[in-house]
Design a protein around this ligand. Sequence first.
Ligand SMILES: [Zn+2]
Length: 246
Amino acid sequence: MPKEVFLKGLARRHEELLLETKPGEVLLSYDNGAVAHTVVVADGAVIHQRNSIGPSGQPLPAVAEPSVTYASFNEFWMAFTLEEKWWLQITKKRGPVHAVLLYPLVTHHNELLADIELTYADCRPLFDLIQFIPVAGFMLKHYLVQLCPNCRAQVRRFTARYPKRLCATCVKLPLHNTAGERLEFTYLGEWTGFRVKITSPRGNVREETHLHGLPFRLNGRNYRAGSERGGGAHYSVLEGQRNYLI
Ligand SMILES: [Zn+2]
């Protein structure tokens, strides 16, 4: 089923869940070490409460920043997601995420990718925020889009572990190592790795086998070929030593 169909179903569920919420229901709670945040439903409105945290970790009524009341869920969501990479603030001591947040989180993720490229470090807390929301049958791959880091086209298959893999078209582009040699990969299997045909700028050809793939460059960026856990090859952006999400 295409993602649009899944998303339409999720949008409908979101509207139903919004109507079902009761005053006092917690949508999200977390602390950032100094302030405990609680987002609560209140008669059609949404209140973002902030309490200072005492020396032994207990929330104190004295607020570092005042609580804010929003007239609607959408108003809250707009304000909440205003800051760039806002989700990096809410990784600590997070309580359960209410199902009503699932649709906005998913659409936010998908729209975000159209504007910026996320790092592997950005992806993990955002995926974690989304994937543990208790909605029956929910799977990231049905809803989240993934863009090729080179051409920005949507890759056919979303994989949470390899969020920065090249699309099938870009894998076929001329790939080179840092010495300017052309690399042509043939994936042999999870336990055998890659056969690589290496052609020097002068046209000399040699072949090597690399169990764990090889780094390469494309349009000025570093990538690395690797075996997917469970089989298959991926050709993903290299950030530091990593070309996948832990
Ligand atoms: Zn591409």
